[in-house]
Design a binder for this molecule. Structure first.
Ligand code: PLP
Length: 433
């Protein structure tokens, strides 16, 4: 077994008498009841992660906006709404999910570089807290739409602080070369335009520099740049009420130390005390990644040939375990070469120990979930893909006309289906010949 004890400590999944469980429910029981592949989430861990962050900021006026795109399953969002979170959305679709769970639109910030007219109108009519504006053109469009709808649009400018979040290039967003945010040099002029516009209410300043950030230093650097701008704006007569530092707090997938929210929080509090600014954060991954797993069953084993060692041939052929989950269910390995722990659901399962590649049924060589994992496997065994609660189900697709997986929420000794497996009828129902 190749999983580090740190990951088992960080995850909601743990062994009880050799059976992998979430809270008090054995994962095998869920697989039997619901089938596989299935996402399973821990309600207790969602709450624990939420409290870690809010406790780290205790004493400072703040609001946590849960980044919906990490996991937008309604039951998951409902739990964060009940805990008191607002929401960070990146589409009109996500706004309709907030409304569907009874979330307060006045606690919704709307991020994203490509907000359409329909989305802006929807958000204006709904009365969201703030548009995090990413370009001059977007500001002009929001102003136009507000005028037409006779509304005043609350805005913050999302600044690109040009700091390196030191993360994977695909999830780094705060560098000049990224498409996100407004360059600091352009910010003042844009703020002055916005301040002069009767259809715009200038509220704050925002940034989000990337995801899966381990070292807090880039976040502190970004904070300093934002505070410098806040001071400049003040001297120009523009007084902001809100500062939004985005999300990106890293989690343990393998042996990375989890982001130290307590140390980060005390430093942020130090810098913001007596500033008269309300802090907003937009965590996604931190709240959900290790609260979730993806359960899958081994369909077939394809052990490689153990060819005799000769000087001129490749000797190590691969051993493949073909499972019933695939890149359409969990895209992160294919998209980012992301590493996910894979654990046997039962430690009592027998089988030959080999170094297996865990692959899906999809017709792509990029369809793998994990590589070179030392596991004892037999066909029919259940495997648990760890840390799958963030950017798992939300990135899933119907590629190869595969129905999307079921989702289950565990609470203590009970579990319930919160999203049924898609049917083939669901998949065909939007099409006409
Ligand atoms: C994706 C995103 C987040 C959440 O990022 P995490 O790494 O999941 O915390 C927050 N804010 C914005 C603007 C985003 O695009």
């Amino acid at each position: 077994m190749t999983v580090n004890p740190e990951l088992l400590r960080a995850s909601a999944a743990h062994y009880i008498n050799g059976e992998l469980s979430i809270e008090a429910v054995a994962l095998a029981e869920i697989a039997d009841a619901v089938g596989t592949p299935v996402y399973v989430y821990s309600s207790a861990m969602f709450a624990a992660q939420y409290h870690l962050l809010t406790t780290a900021l205790a004493g400072l006026p703040h609001l946590l906006h849960y980044a919906v795109k990490a996991n937008s399953t309604l039951a998951v969002m409902k739990q964060f709404a009940d805990l008191g979170a607002g929401f960070d959305i990146v589409s009109g679709g996500e706004l309709s999910r907030v409304l569907a769970v009874g979330g307060d639109p006045a606690q919704v910030v709307f991020s994203g570089v490509g907000k359409s007219i329909e989305e802006i109108d929807f958000a204006l009519k709904t009365g969201i807290e703030c548009f995090n504006v990413e370009s001059a053109d977007e500001l002009a469009r929001i102003s136009d739409r507000a005028k037409i709808l006779r509304k005043v649009a609350p805005i913050a400018l999302r600044i690109n602080p040009n700091v390196d979040a030191q993360t994977h290039p695909y999830i780094s967003t705060g560098l000049k070369e990224n498409k996100f945010g407004i360059a600091q040099e352009s910010a003042l002029a844009l703020y002055l335009d916005a301040q002069a516009d009767p259809c715009i209410q200038v509220r704050g300043i925002a940034c989000h520099i990337g995801s899966q950030i381990g070292d807090p230093q880039p976040l502190f650097d970004a904070l300093e740049q934002l505070l410098t701008l806040v001071d400049t704006l003040k001297s120009e007569g523009i007084v902001l009420t809100d500062i939004d530092l985005g999300g990106g707090f890293g989690v343990t997938y393998d042996d990375e130390p989890a982001f130290d929210v307590t140390a980060w929080g005390s430093r942020v509090k130090q810098r913001l005390v007596d500033r008269g600014l309300r802090l907003s954060i937009e965590p996604g991954r931190f709240l959900t990644a290790n609260a979730g797993v993806l359960l899958t069953r081994v369909e077939y084993l394809k052990p490689g040939e153990e060819s005799p060692q000769t000087a001129h041939t490749h000797t190590s052929s691969k051993h493949f375990a073909v499972v019933d989950a695939a890149m359409n269910d969990l895209l992160r390995p294919s998209l980012y070469q992301a590493w996910h722990g894979v654990l046997p659901v039962s430690q009592h399962s027998q089988g030959e120990t080999k170094s297996w590649d865990i692959v899906g049924p999809i017709c792509e060589s990029g369809d793998w979930l994990a590589k070179d994992r030392q596991l004892s496997l037999s066909a029919g065994d259940l495997l648990c893909v760890m840390s799958a609660g963030a950017y798992g189900s939300t990135l899933s697709s119907n590629y190869n006309t595969r129905p999307r997986a079921a989702e289950v929420l565990v609470n203590g000794t009970a579990f319930r289906l919160v999203r049924r497996r898609e049917s083939l009828q669901d998949l065909l129902s939007t099409e006409m010949l």
